[in-house]
Structures are given as C-alpha cells and as structure tokens.
Design a protein around this ligand. Structure first.
Ligand SMILES: C[C@H](N)C(=O)N[C@@H](Cc1c[nH]cn1)C(=O)O
Ligand SMILES: [Zn+2]
Ligand SMILES: [Zn+2]
Length: 477
C-alpha cells in the first residue's frame, strides 16, 4: 500500500507553513541541561502537546518527578504520551522523539541567533534543534496534519512518547516506559525513532545501532577560595594543575583510550564485518566536510567508520570552574571539575565501565602526591543498542526510502546515544528502527545547526510513506 499521491502533494503544498511551524518550535530555547531554561522546556512540552491535540492525538502529560542538577532540585519536564487509533486490524507503531535541545549561544560562533530559525537561500534551515530533534518531531506532526485535515484514518495505530530530557540523560523516562509497557504501550508492534543523521549528505540511511554513554565529572578542590597566582604560585597544590594532568591521562592524540580494560572489552572486527563498513557510501571527504577541516584520525575509511560506530571513544568536554573569559586573569581556581564522556559499544555498559574509570582516576591522582581532594561521579549514562535489520520494520523503511528518494538506504550504526532505545526494545519486546531525517553535516550539538529544507520535506514524506509500508506488510510480526 504506497502512500497516497495526495499525501505527498499535501506535504509539498504546505512546505512553507511547516517551516514556519518549525520556526515557532526553534524559538523556544528548551535547553534541558541549563536550570535557567527549565521553564522553556516545559513551555516546549505544552507547545507540542497543543499541536498534537490539534491533529487528533489524545495526549497525557506525565509528571516525571524531580531531580538534582548542579546542586539544585528541579522538577523534570513532563513527558508527553500520545495515542491515535485503536483498530485491532492495524499494526501499532510507537514513535519516540525529544523536544529538548543542547545549549547554544550566538557567542559560541553562530552566524545568526540560534533560537531564530534562519532560512538560507540555499535551503538550509538554521537553528538549534532544527535537526536534533525538533525537525523530525515536527515531521510526524506534518504527517498527522494531512490525515486530520482530510478526515482520513492513519494506515496504522500510533502511540507517541516525547521527552524533554534526552540531552541530559533521559531522567525518569526508563521507569515510565517500563511502567507503561502493559498500559499506554500495550499492543505496540514496533518502534520508530527519527533522531539521528545520515552518514553523508547524499544517501538516506536506516540505523540499527547506537553507542551507549557514560558521562563523568571529576572534581579537584583544595584552597578555600580562588587565589592570586603571584602570591600562591609554587607554594600550594593547584587544583587546575592536578586536573589537567589527570585529564591528559585519559585518551591519547590518536583516540586510544588509556584507561586500562576499556578498549580491551571490545572484540576486534572480523574481515567480514569490515566489509560492511567498506560497502557504505562514505569517504574521508565526508567526515572532513562535516567537521569543517581536514582532521580525520585516519586516511582509511573503514577505520574512521569503525571509530564512530564499532569502537568506544573518549572525549574531553570542558572544565567547570576554570577561568575562561577574555583578558588575562591571574587566578588559581579553588575548585575545578573536568567533564568527559565515553561512548560505549557492546558489551560495555556504564555499570561495567564506571568502576574502571573511577579506580584509574584515583590511582593516577594518588601518583600526583597532591594534598587536594578528588571526587569522581557519573552524571548520566545509557547502554548501547544493536538491532536485527532482517525484520519487517526495516523492510518497510527500505521500501519507503526507495519510494521517496529513489535510492536504497545505507544501513548504519550511529556514534551518538539515545538512552531510552534499549529500554523500548527490552521492555516492549519489539523491533526498534532509527529512521534519520537530517544529513551528516547538519552540525547537531554544534554551531549553525541546520536541517535542509529538502530533508525536512522529503523526510516528512518518508515518515508517512513508512507508515503506509508498515500497513502493507500484513501478518508479519
Ligand atoms: C543521537 C541523539 N540525537 C543525540 O544527540 N543524543 C545525545 C544524548 C546525550 C547524552 N548526554 C547528552 N546528550 C548524544 O548522543 O550526545
Ligand atoms: Zn542531541
Ligand atoms: Zn537527539
């Protein structure tokens, strides 16, 4: 059952209105990792809830309780559960997405205000969250709008789960999914998540794996207050010196993780497996284009792809409490916290990896003979996930991709993490598909994040067509 031509035409005809709606969503700075923006995340939940109801979805805002962030107790933003369709003869598709975004400030290097969607003449829709993940979430709204406006039933029953904490560890969501496995999510036959990116700028992709994550904060403190470096330099143990020495012991310049036992947990890839990466439509030019510089760790495409999809990685993110402003302040900061994360692949989990990280940091700190104090904590984490691609869920998405883009999709594993994915797979016992909308150069989490107009519009058609192809694959469960 292919998607009706009227649906495809409707999406084209309403493209400008859809982009305007994306602009409204981008204008709400729903930054989950910044306590000062918590009200904006709630506002975004309300905005999305209203728009879902307007296209016929029955919704429920779920209070996820409270959490502590940066020493402050905060209410978690509500999750949105939605449902449309109860037809026992149809399959039921659960869609997940997130309405929170990463932080962004013009001073980070954006060319335009990150929270004003900027429509570039070349088709780029630039703004924080345009690709990750407001564009894809609104793609579902666009699909629903067609059916609602024409009084047409959807080809499948749909359930929705949207959250506002994905960029900050998805707190509270795993419990909700487990609780609703036999409630709101009963009868779900498969899950579809549109929250990652194609490998390149040309070839649509279906994604069957995600890396997990553990996010670590290592704090070194000592002096009772910030000190004058002229008065105290070479007279006291300096927290920043200790921390920089520690952070330099985590990963080498070639990306090798120096914490014993972590790289070693993962089997080497077989020649057969390497052939899968070799076959992907990807070149070193693609990574250099999306990174904006010729800085690939290897000239070998397979090594680069496996570095992103198949092996763990450790990235240093920042130092809280360090002097970072303009000028030349001669301060010895009293307390500094280094933040880094490790992307995990099977069989790694935060529970297996965190003790190795903590023991290593403590042992390295002991070698410094410092009188400062080190504390190490994991801020959040998630397990990796790998799915079976020989499932009707993937078959439907392949057929839909070919219909919309005239191309077979790449089958990829994503280097990023979506913590709740494995929870859906395990607690609902169904197949999960990642169906990305944006391109590999969208710059998610970066400055000038964008979604191309054609990806938003064709991507919307893909989401709708996928639902029709699911309906067409009758009886295969
Ligand atoms: C792939 C997804 N769109 C994404 O960006 N996920 C984040 C999740 C996260 C975890 N801690 C902070 N954000 C990611 O992979 O970084
Ligand atoms: Zn993200
Ligand atoms: Zn995302």
């Amino acid at each position: 059952m292919p998607a009706p031509p009227e649906f495809l035409q409707f999406i084209d005809d309403n493209a400008n209105a859809f982009i305007q709606r994306l602009g409204e969503a981008v204008a709400i700075p729903s930054i989950s990792g910044d306590a000062t923006h918590r009200a904006d995340v709630v506002k975004m939940a309300e905005w999305l809830n209203t728009h879902l109801q307007a296209v016929g979805v029955t919704t429920q805002l779920v209070d996820l309780g409270k959490h502590v962030m940066d020493g402050q107790e905060l209410s978690l933003p509500p999750a949105i559960l939605g449902k449309i369709g109860e037809d026992k003869s149809k399959k039921t598709v659960l869609v997940y997405g997130h309405f929170d975004v990463q932080p962004a400030e013009k001073s980070d290097g954006w060319d335009t205000d990150p929270f004003t969607l900027s429509i570039h003449p070349d088709g780029r829709l630039i703004g924080r969250g345009s690709s990750d993940d407001k564009g894809p979430v609104l793609g579902w709204l666009n699909v629903l709008q067609y059916h609602h406006a024409h009084g047409l039933p959807l080809p499948v029953n749909m359930r929705f789960c949207f959250e506002g904490m994905e960029e900050s560890g998805s707190e509270g969501l795993d419990d909700l999914v487990r609780k609703e496995a036999k409630g709101w999510f009963k009868d779900v036959d498969c899950v579809c998540i549109s929250d990652n990116y194609w490998l390149n700028t040309r070839t649509p992709a279906l994604t069957y794996g995600l890396r997990g994550l553990t996010y670590i904060k290592a704090t070194v403190s000592g002096p009772a207050r910030d000190l004058h470096s002229g008065v105290f330099g070479r007279t006291v143990h300096e927290p920043m010196t200790d921390l920089v020495l520690l952070m330099s012991k985590l990963v080498d310049a070639q990306g090798k993780i120096l914490i014993p036992g972590i790289d070693e947990m993962v089997d080497a890839a077989s020649e057969d497996e390497k052939a899968i990466y070799e076959a992907l439509d990807y070149s070193i030019a693609d990574i250099e284009q999306s990174a904006g510089a010729s800085i690939a760790l290897s000239a070998n495409k397979v090594d680069v792809l496996m570095g992103r999809m198949r092996y763990p990685s450790l990235s240093l993110h920042g130092i809280e409490g360090a002097f970072h402003g303009a000028g030349a302040k001669t301060v010895i900061p009293a307390k500094v916290a280094g933040k880094f994360s490790i992307r995990l692949v099977p069989p790694q989990t935060p529970a297996l990896v965190d003790p190795l990280v903590i023991a290593y940091l403590e042992a390295e700190f002991a070698k410094l003979n410092s009188k400062n104090t080190l504390t190490v904590e994991s801020l959040h984490g998630g397990k990796p996930w790998v799915e079976d691609v020989n499932h009707w869920n993937y078959e439907a998405a392949k057929v839909a991709t070919k219909a919309v883009y005239g191309q077979d999709p790449d089958l990829t594993r994503e280097g990023g993490s979506i913590p709740v994915t494995l929870t859906f797979a395990e607690s609902l016992g169904v197949n999960v598909l990642l169906l990305p909308m944006g391109r590999g150069d969208d710059g998610a989490h970066s400055t000038n994040e964008k979604l191309d107009r054609s990806n938003f519009i064709q991507g919307t058609k893909l989401l709708g067509t996928y639902l029709y192809e699911i309906a067409a694959i009758e009886g295969k469960k």
